[in-house]
Structures are given as C-alpha cells and as structure tokens.
Design a protein. Structure first.
Length: 221
C-alpha cells in the first residue's frame, strides 16, 4: 500500500515556495512507499522559445523535470527514485487509450522511498508519449492502493506554514467545489478531468500523519 499518492501540477511545478513547503512536509510523513506524479511545466514554453517543436519540448521538459525534482527533494533528505513512465514499461498506453501500471515492479521498489513518476509513458508503438497528468493520477490511484491521493491548492496563502493548519475534512462533489470559494484553488489539469482525491495544502497534519486537507473530492452522485 502507498502511504500517499501526490500530483504536482503545471503551475506548482514552477513555484519554489510550493516545492519547498511540499518537500518539508513530505519529509515528515512516515512512509512505506509513496508516489509523486508530474507532467510538464512552463519549462516547456522556454524550450519552445529555443526553437524546439512542442511535442519534443513536452517530452524533454518531463524528463528534465523528473531529474530536477529528484535532486531537489534529495536536498531535503527525501529518498527518491525518478522514473519516466515509459522506462521499463512502468506505465503503458494501449491502443484503446487505457493506461496500465506495472504494479509488480512498483511494489518491488525499496520501502521508505518516494517514486517520482512522469506522465511520459510507453505508447502503443513502444515509443514515449505524453499523457495528461489527471489520466496518470487516475490510473495510479485505481491500480495501486494509496491511503491519501493528493492534489494541491494554487493559493499561495495555503502554502505558508502557520501555527495551526489542521482543518476538519469535508467531503464535496466536484460540482459543489466548482460552485464554491475553493474553485480557484483547483489546478486546471483537474478541472477538465476530475479525479477522486483530496485537495491539500503542501503542509502536514501532524495528528494524522497526512498532508493537510482542504476538502475531499468525491464522485458526483
């Protein structure tokens, strides 16, 4: 079982304050195994400005970011393993558009480590192909058991450590969240393709040994 599954979105990947807060919180969570998934960031646009084609820039961005995240987290004492989804066929995209995660391989990874997994997966033709972050999060969530599946607020005020940041966990459907004050906090990747998850601050709830929750997003009924 995963201690947690966390998705770092496009906007927060380029946010140093978020990454610092997240790394400090993740270091405090007592894990057996955890997975952090990511896609690309604004780094893609900077690569395009050098003359690179968008498709190539997206792939290069994801691979570079995977290395950079592992190095960044290592500076905070997090033991991480960086994997692009296409490597070892860890995540495969079928010709029908379904994602399959190599659960056996993921379970063989050492306990006490965090896997940093990019959304660059093995396509039907065997070549690397970029998929949406929300699709990767959904596939990993469905195929690996996680105690907490986290997406993170975009509100900078939620990323600052305060004396008390433990919130009562509330459950809302996605449609309820989109009609509330929480709507501006949701990363755009999860607006077009909602995933059942917990909207979190990049801070730890010490009493629960989990990321601090703003709301649990449940399926619309």
């Amino acid at each position: 079982m995963l201690t947690y599954l966390a998705a770092i979105d496009y906007q927060n990947l380029d946010n140093p304050l978020f990454l610092k807060s997240f790394a400090e919180a993740a270091k405090q969570v007592k894990i057996k195994r955890a997975v952090i998934v990511h896609a690309d960031s604004d780094y893609t646009e900077r690569l395009i400005q050098t003359g690179m084609m968008r498709e190539d820039a997206v792939k290069r961005s994801m691979q570079d970011l995977n290395h950079r995240l592992v190095s960044f987290f290592a500076d905070f004492g997090l033991a991480c393993i960086g994997i692009n989804g296409f490597q070892r066929g860890t995540v495969r995209l079928s010709s029908e558009g379904e994602l399959a995660v190599d659960k056996a391989f993921m379970q063989r990874l050492p306990e006490g480590t965090v896997t940093v997994l990019s959304a660059l997966v093995k396509g039907p033709d065997g070549e690397p192909v970029a998929v949406r972050l929300s699709e990767l999060l959904h596939a990993v969530r469905q195929q690996l058991n996680a105690e907490q599946t986290c997406i993170f607020t975009l509100d900078a005020a939620d990323q600052i450590i305060t004396k008390s940041h433990n919130n009562p966990e509330i459950e809302l459907t996605f449609s309820q969240i989109m009609g509330s004050s929480l709507s501006d906090k949701i990363p755009s990747e999860f607006i077009d393709h909602p995933v059942e998850s917990t909207l979190c601050k990049p801070l730890i709830n010490n009493s629960l040994n989990k990321f601090s929750s703003l709301a649990k997003i449940i399926n619309n009924a």
